[in-house]
Design a binder for this molecule. Structure first.
Ligand SMILES: Cc1ncc(COP(=O)(O)O)c(C=O)c1O
Length: 444
């Protein structure tokens, strides 16, 4: 038996014992899907499973790998940080956190000051606490179909059924459907869920309650790709200003996908606070919270009654900071070329898919935000989750994704999950994907 087959057999034994050691058999239970494939390697645009089968990857681990998996330049920067014996000192300012913070502030104009966390969820939790401290208010507005992490203030069901949400509500609020047990009723009382692209509902809630912040992904990318209507984000800005609430953009998914300035640069709306994660360190764990100095200064306010806690043993860890610095410097120095390439490849993919579905008479639409895209099986680009829940063919989506995976194209096997093209994808990857998609769609 070759060493590889020995390895595969021992990994296979290990995986079969997963449920004996891991609660639920997989870490982070949103990864528990069918087919349950064990991937053991990833490079560039490809994933390799335990049997040695290669897949062209469009899942990108829920989208951080903007430059592709295991980007050699980013990995080299991490190895150099290890070789330089940079350590987690846990005392005083480090050179790498200053470099990283400077790069972030130079890249995204609305970031006057930043703090670094390990995950996007930590960043959204800090933003909500900061908004509450700054405004002295407890209530927040969230979007139906948005995802902002796992903590009590944001853990509402992302993809509820029509039966759960009932008829369309506008202007008004949807019921808060907790995504988890264990959330105190008291926490839910402060949450207000409205439809994306519905600023009248935001205005309605602001008229009813004092609101600390509106937390919004500028493009909903946890239910595919739902783009904002042309004036929607500007209206949110105006409503927040009028009612004394903070506008918080959760750019954990949109950030660095379209350009280094975030989606806020694309839509030309300046939030008070922004959150980044995922692509910022190309797959290494990191979250960023940043924004106006007058708000961020609460993190070090001399008045103990106003000082807002931010802490974390591993915040700005040297190895993840090295990854983020390498990623941002690459995007800064070669952004024109990288973003043009991402745009061209994704446009080709979307045009090809559109033609395939149209040729087979299947109603479909594939909206995209830069290199993020999603096919919906309905006759128009959805404007919110209610629209998707009512009109998308979930069963067809499930079968389509499954059939692609069986032929070596990895899209997350759950309906409405966003696809991501990386800078490591090639024209050949797109050609092959379209060739397989045409075959698959013919057999659906
Ligand atoms: C928009 C958005 N915000 C926040 C988060 C939470 O980030 P993390 O999983 O790093 O905690 C996610 C994760 O998918 C996300 O998509």
């Amino acid at each position: 038996m070759s060493a590889d087959r020995d390895d595969a057999a021992s990994i296979d034994r290990l995986i079969r014992s997963a449920a004996s050691y891991i609660a639920g058999g997989v870490v982070s239970l949103n990864r528990k899907v069918e087919p349950d494939i064990t991937f053991v390697r990833a490079a560039g645009s490809k994933l390799t499973d335990i049997d040695g089968t290669e897949y062209i990857d469009y899942h990108a681990a829920f989208s951080p790998h903007l430059l592709g998996h295991n980007d050699p330049g980013v990995n080299a920067a991490v190895v150099e940080a290890i070789d330089r014996q940079e350590s987690l000192m846990g005392t005083g300012t480090t050179p790498w956190e200053v470099t990283l913070a400077r790069l972030l502030c130079e890249s995204v104009p609305s970031l006057e000051r930043v703090q670094i966390t390990n995950t996007g969820s930590e960043a959204t939790a800090h933003a909500i606490r900061l908004a509450r401290a700054y405004t002295g208010r407890d209530d927040i507005i969230l979007m139906l179909g948005g995802y902002n992490g796992w903590h009590n203030d944001v853990a509402r069901t992302v993809m509820p059924t029509i039966e759960q949400i009932g008829p369309r509500v506008s202007p008004g609020e949807y019921p808060v459907l907790p995504f988890s047990a264990g959330i105190p009723q008291d926490a839910l009382r402060h949450l207000h869920v409205v439809n994306f692209n519905d600023s009248d509902s935001v205005e309605y809630v602001m008229g009813e309650r004092p609101i600390a912040c509106v937390l919004v992904e500028p493009v909903l990318q946890n239910i595919g790709v739902v783009l904002p209507r042309p004036s929607y984000l500007a209206r949110l800005r105006e409503l927040c200003d009028r009612h004394g609430a903070l506008l918080v953009f959760d750019e954990v998914k949109t950030g660095f996908r379209t350009c280094l300035g975030g989606y806020q640069q694309v839509c030309n709306v300046t939030p008070d606070l922004s959150l980044f994660g995922k692509a910022v360190a190309n797959g290494y764990p990191m979250g960023v919270i940043g924004g106006r100095e007058r708000i961020m200064r609460l993190f070090h306010d001399p008045d103990p009654a106003r000082k807002t806690l931010i802490a974390g043993t591993y915040n700005a860890h040297p190895f993840t900071s090295a990854a983020a610095i390498a990623t941002i410097e690459r995007l800064r120095d070669h952004g024109d070329e990288i973003y043009a390439r991402l745009d061209r490849l994704t446009a080709r993919l979307v045009a090809g898919l559109t033609e395939i579905f149209s040729d087979r008479g299947i109603a479909s639409t594939t909206p995209r935000n830069g290199s993020a895209y999603c096919t919906y099986f309905c006759d128009h680009a959805p404007v919110d989750w209610h629209d998707i829940a009512a009109n998308h063919d979930f069963e067809l989506d499930r079968r389509y994704r499954r059939a692609l995976i069986e032929r070596g194209i990895y899209q997350f096997p759950q309906p409405c999950k966003q696809g991501s093209v990386s800078a490591a994808h090639s024209d050949q990857d797109i050609d092959r994907t379209l060739e397989i998609a045409a075959r698959v769609v013919g057999e659906l």
